[in-house]
Ligand binder design. Sequence first.
Ligand code: ARG
Length: 342
Amino acid sequence: MQQPGPWMMRDMSTLNSTLNSTFPSLRSSFSRSSLHTSTSSTATLDSPLEMAARGPAFLMCAPKLYDVDYVINPWMAGNVHRSSRERAAEQWEQLRSAVSRVAQVFLVQPEPGSPDMVFTANAGLALHGTAAISSFFYKERQGEEQHFRRWFRDAGYKLVEIPREAPFEGEGDALFDAAGSCLWVGHGQRTVKASLRYLAETWSIETRPLHLIDPRFYHLDTCFAPLFGGFVLYFPGAFDAESLASIEAAYPADKRIVVSEADAVRFACNAVNVGPHIILNRVSADLLHALESRGFDVTQVDLSEFLKAGGAAKCLVMRLSDMDVTHRPQQGSRNRSIHAAA
Ligand code: ARG
């Protein structure tokens, strides 16, 4: 009988309600499986790869070993050992629960010595069953690579290694546009521009570099979010002039949702997006209105404990499903239309 992989750590708590409302067609394949036992009756369980091909799916890592242990971005300065693991666990649970309402959540086991592993967006980048494993810029996070590599290998992904000489920090710095037709890559802080060619070669996809110039916005997902419906949420101050011109050339003015500095430092651009649903840290009433008036269904989750390490909602998840699957209307979910603001 097939032995279960580490991806068996599927999030169970809201699975039944999620399956009932969002994935009605998948219920039967789960009810055949025993997810509580680790060695028996699991041969029928679909792998993350298979699940991610059918519906929105994300990878998360519980903050059991989360801490601010070192300083590798400006947010961590002054916060070393100042986060509460208890509050972090509560906040992460809220996020997990919000994401589970619109997507399948898989879990990777936290590992000792890797307190930032909770930020799974930096695990790598996945598309079409291939995962490019991150090659972290700072040695403080390089130990995570082996753990993420193992998870993707066991989950059945084809692996692509990015050389150490060309640091690449995964989905934290590489975001597909909503249609999945091009890949925006942030560079200049962690990821280096030389890594773009490996991504372009891996998926034969057009890569568009965006130069990050503000150390507070050291990953692309802290200041830029392509959204369902062809919108983009971004903080212009994080980019150089050439990068701004390239964003403006790709997204017409009525599709650009400009975030103020006050919202940007609350990680407003660090948004998880599944079709019309957006999940993010608490933001201003103005930004909430800007999103809701365009038809988005917004869930705010207080993630203050993770801001101390320089991350929020989107940093805490990694998308496993391709963009067309992530944004595909789900059976049973409300059919909302996304439209331009009045
Ligand atoms: N402390 C982590 C780091 O500096 C935070 C990572 C946040 N992740 C993200 N995708 N922006 O690497």
